[in-house]
Design a protein around this ligand. Structure first.
Ligand code: PMP
Length: 372
């Protein structure tokens, strides 16, 4: 008999980003302008049937909306309760004893747990190494390769030529490649319409970011019909609630409406915020997403995150980012919120700089006195 829990679950933990409520939460890259108005209106018009009856088995109305918007066949679309669920399903569909997921790191923090939850081994390749040579991601003969574009948490955006190189390196019998496009609405460039015609490529999207629907838990992906079917089978029926699917479908269809305005303002504010931080001597990495990664001002991300929390501001710490060390990831939102961050930043880090200078001055004075 297999013990409970299964032995390889010993290292699996509940997700705990250490996120207590704060006055100004810039830690999770959600839409800080709010939610899609048509989606909200649909939820407000909910009927008894919407709640009392089961939804569509495989969220067909959402699949049709995605198919129309991106001009792909509906059978090439799969859905899930968040893109987390899509990723988990496709990892599960790729599992075989000893299977391996290879990914360019640092990246979305759930990739490693999803691999472990599905009995797979996770193999990280540092982004600079993968970027210089995509074949590094195929070392060790992985069964699935994961790439995030734009990448969370760096905001980096591998060029299309790099993706094409990755796909051609893989060869005919290579592993499934998953490209996570959770933030692609902000990058203005996508692989999604090409996915049906590229064998074993799955491109995931979420309703949680640009659409402002994180609370609904809805995501989707596009691939060849064969891959989309395997993801559907692995995920199972009735996973996307009817209201979530319908609300997300309205947002998907509204390509040039509310969301386009949010994206435009995000890009404007990201540039302005980057300038403000650069002026303060703390330039963040260039980003194609709705967040920026800033080298931790003290060099220690956890300490800086706690210091910002003390003044009511939430950011996400990262340690050991190649070429950077520790970093703080900050979501870009409406300008008054960014101003709120900047004044907290000035308060915390000007004080920290002041204290360091005072400590150094005191140390200097003490050593002068000892020398006397
Ligand atoms: N991929 C990336 C890169 C993310 O940052 C996130 C959310 N933080 C997700 C996927 C999952 O999003 P959701 O499950 O809300 O669709």
């Amino acid at each position: 008999m297999t013990p409970f829990p299964r032995p390889d679950y010993a290292g699996v933990r509940r997700y705990d980003p250490g996120r207590a409520p704060v006055r100004l939460d810039l830690s999770d890259n959600t839409n800080l302008w709010g939610t899609h108005p048509a989606a909200l209106e649909r939820i407000r018009r909910a009927t008894t049937d919407d709640l009392a009856r089961y939804p569509e088995l495989y969220a067909d109305r959402l699949r049709e909306a995605v198919a129309e918007r991106f001009d792909v066949p509906p059978e090439c679309v799969t859905t899930g309760a968040g893109s987390d669920d899509v990723l988990d399903s496709v990892f599960r569909a790729s599992f075989a004893p000893g299977a391996r997921v290879s990914y360019a790191a640092p990246t979305f923090s759930m990739v490693e747990p999803f691999a472990h939850m599905n009995g797979m081994e996770a193999h990280a390749v540092a982004w600079p190494e993968a970027e210089a040579d995509p074949s590094a991601l195929f070392e060790g003969d992985p069964d699935l390769v994961y790439v995030c574009r734009p990448n969370n948490p760096t905001g980096g955006f591998p060029a299309r030529a790099w993706i094409d190189g990755l796909l051609s390196e893989r060869g005919e019998d290579g592993p499934l490649v998953v490209v996570d496009e959770a933030y692609a609405d902000f990058a203005g460039e996508t692989l999604l319409p090409d996915a049906p015609s590229i064998p074993k490529l799955l491109v995931t999207r979420t309703a949680s970011k640009a659409y402002g629907l994180a609370g609904l838990r809805c995501g989707y992906a596009v691939a060849s019909a064969e891959v989309a079917l395997e993801a559907d089978k692995s995920r199972g029926p009735y996973k996307v609630s009817g209201l979530a699917a319908e609300a997300a479908a309205l947002a998907v269809r509204d390509e040039d409406g509310w969301m386009a305005g949010v994206v435009e303002e995000t890009l404007r504010n990201r540039a302005r915020f980057t300038d403000e931080l650069t002026t303060r001597g703390h330039p963040p990495l260039p980003s194609r997403a709705n967040f920026v990664l800033l080298p931790a001002p003290s060099g220690a991300a956890r300490q800086d995150t706690l210091a910002l929390r003390e003044v009511g501001v939430g950011v996400r710490p990262f340690s050991g980012v190649p070429g950077m060390g520790d970093g703080l990831r900050i979501t870009v939102g409406p300008w008054p919120l960014m101003e709120g961050f900047l004044s907290a930043f000035d308060e915390v880090f000007a004080t920290a700089a002041h204290e360091t200078a005072a400590r150094e001055a005191a140390r200097g004075k003490a050593s002068r006195e000892t020398a006397r």
